[in-house]
Design a protein around this ligand. Structure first.
Ligand SMILES: *[C@@H]1O[C@H](CO)[C@@H](O)[C@H](O)[C@H]1NC(C)=O
Ligand SMILES: [Zn+2]
Length: 286
């Protein structure tokens, strides 16, 4: 009995490293409708407005939450230098679209209930721990199960203090942080990808060859890319290679290197629609 119990976590870990998997493959209908609205708004915007969005910078208040089963590193209580490396990775990856992350606080929570919560959304954990306003990013680090490396929540209209508000934030599997054990997903880019969802971006393979990410300069692809498949082209007839280097695909960390100008446009139109107004307001904890 004991050996079976001990073997199970190893099997789970083996499943984890097989291939990237993110909890945001399904886009809720209201979020998709919002994206269609933003897409139309972007199409109507004049060149000067679009350029001003490209030039604009954002500095996002960020809260880290470390969730562990006990106070050991193995239990998920990762050291400060790993958290610093994750913050640096986010700032490195988002520099190309003018976004910086300002760490305002880190909480450490030892809780088997939260650490092992089979609810992949981590609803109970976020309800208790969320900090700041709806314009502030909350990142939760815990050992997600079921092969998930990360999961996040798309922006929408929320009311302060509502369940939807409290559920806002991204979770990244603890072992995907820089130096983590989930090779080849060990450079902190899982969090970069998840924060892309938090900013309103979909997967580049959303909707397959129909181009369902609603961003014109990310070529459509029929399915996620794994590894680093150069010259992959899964949608025939468009003469465009799949965007395997995009942060919103499923490639290995080493292969994820870019956001497009169209994605910056979406991030800005989405920010202005749903999050920016919260900047001026005091947060739940203020
Ligand atoms: C975050 O929120 C929790 C729960 O309300 C609170 O105890 C904690 O002090 C807050 N942390 C920061 C850095 O604001
Ligand atoms: Zn994703």
């Amino acid at each position: 009995m004991r050996s079976i119990l001990k073997a199970l976590p190893l099997l789970a870990l083996a499943a984890n490293v097989e291939a990237r998997s993110c909890g945001n493959e399904h886009v809720p209908q209201n979020v998709m409708n919002n994206a269609r609205m933003l897409y139309k708004q972007e199409q109507r915007a004049n060149a000067r407005t679009l350029q001003s969005w490209q030039d604009e910078t954002l500095n996002i208040n960020t809260y880290f939450h470390v969730i562990s089963t006990d106070d050991t590193v193995e239990g998920g209580n990762i050291p400060d230098d790993m958290l610093k490396a994750q913050l640096d990775a986010l700032n490195r990856d988002y520099a190309q679209i003018g976004i910086t992350f300002d760490l305002k606080g880190t909480t450490r929570t030892v809780s088997e209930k939260f650490a092992n919560d089979p609810d992949e959304e981590g609803t109970a954990m976020k309800k208790e721990l969320r900090n700041g306003t709806y314009a502030d990013l909350n990142l939760y680090f815990r050992k997600l199960t079921g092969g998930l490396l990360g999961i996040c929540v798309f922006p929408e209209n929320v009311e302060e203090g509502s369940d939807t508000f409290k559920n806002d934030g991204c979770q990244c599997h603890t072992d995907t942080l820089p130096g983590g054990s989930l090779k080849p997903y060990d450079e902190g880019k899982t969090c970069t990808h998840e924060v892309g969802h938090w900013l309103g971006l979909f997967h580049t393979f959303q909707g397959g060859c129909k181009g369902g990410d609603l961003v014109d300069d990310t070529p459509p692809e029929s399915s996620p890319a794994f590894g680093c498949p150069k010259d992959r082209d899964t949608c025939k007839g468009d003469d465009l290679k799949d965007p395997i280097n995009n942060f919103m695909d499923y490639s290995d960390d080493a292969c994820m290197t870019e956001f497009t100008p169209g994605q910056k446009t979406r991030v800005m139109s989405c920010w202005k629609e749903f999050r920016e107004k919260w900047n001026a307001q005091p947060g739940e904890d203020a």
